[in-house]
Design a binder for this molecule. Structure first.
Ligand SMILES: Cc1ncc(C[n+]2csc(CCOP(=O)(O)OP(=O)(O)O)c2C)c(N)n1
Length: 202
């Protein structure tokens, strides 16, 4: 990613997670899978249209990347996006190094960084003060890591993912607006629909 990332998090525009999620999903077809991390990330993915190729993680923080890595390795012809909140990613940072070591060409990690554990009361995360997730990802071995500086830049990064080889890491700063919906809490249905969506169940 050639863009000048020197300014890091402080130079990235604060955007809206539901809007960015819709912009992402609008570019996808039946060949791309999306794994939504718990909470608001998940709710905005659900509200963006409930594609059968979407999986909605309920309950445990930090599992979007490990699940997406598994799907990406199992189905190398399918591009896979992991969507995760900053608090959830911070809870499972080792996953970044694991992805870097596995080098899946078809995996992109997108983190929505609102600097808070928004859904549990907006307690600040480390990114609100000291930590830059793109630099962490680069240090973990993910060379193709970038901040999305505005909506148009976010869309261009997604297009690069859809055309080129990963793994990729994209971070976007997001605001404190409420999510656009709420995921239906039916894990068995979510799992079956996703398996049907990616062709592993009939
Ligand atoms: C392992 C674990 N610890 C704590 C919780 C409680 N919890 C659920 S969501 C959440 C905050 C998630 O923060 P983040 O990923 O940044 O997403 P945001 O709410 O900001 O969208 C917490 C602490 C949990 N579900 N699982």
């Amino acid at each position: 990613m050639a863009d000048n990332q020197a300014g890091g998090r402080n130079h990235a525009k604060i955007m809206n997670r539901a809007d960015l999620t819709r912009r992402l999903v609008a570019k996808l077809g039946a060949q791309e899978a999306v794994i939504g991390g718990i909470g608001n990330t998940n709710f905005d993915l659900w509200a963006s249209g409930q594609r059968p190729e979407n999986f909605y993680m309920l309950g445990s923080m930090g599992l979007a990347v490990p699940i997406a890595l598994g799907v990406a390795l199992a189905q190398p012809a399918r591009r896979v996006f992991a969507l995760e909140g900053d608090g959830s990613l911070l809870m499972q940072l080792g996953a970044l190094g694991t992805v870097a070591a596995a080098r899946p060409k078809n995996l992109a990690i997108i983190v929505w960084d609102n600097g808070a554990y928004q859904i549990t009361g907006a307690q600040p995360t480390l990114t609100a003060t000291v930590s830059d997730l793109v630099r962490i990802a680069q240090g973990a071995g993910l060379a193709q890591s970038a901040w999305a500086f505005d909506e148009a830049h976010f869309e261009s990064l997604v297009e690069r993912v859809l055309k080129g080889d990963g793994p990729w890491f994209i971070a976007a700063r997001t605001d404190d607006k409420k999510p656009a919906g709420t995921t239906e809490r039916d894990p068995a249905k979510i799992r079956l629909r996703f398996m049907q969506g990616i062709g592993t169940a009939s």
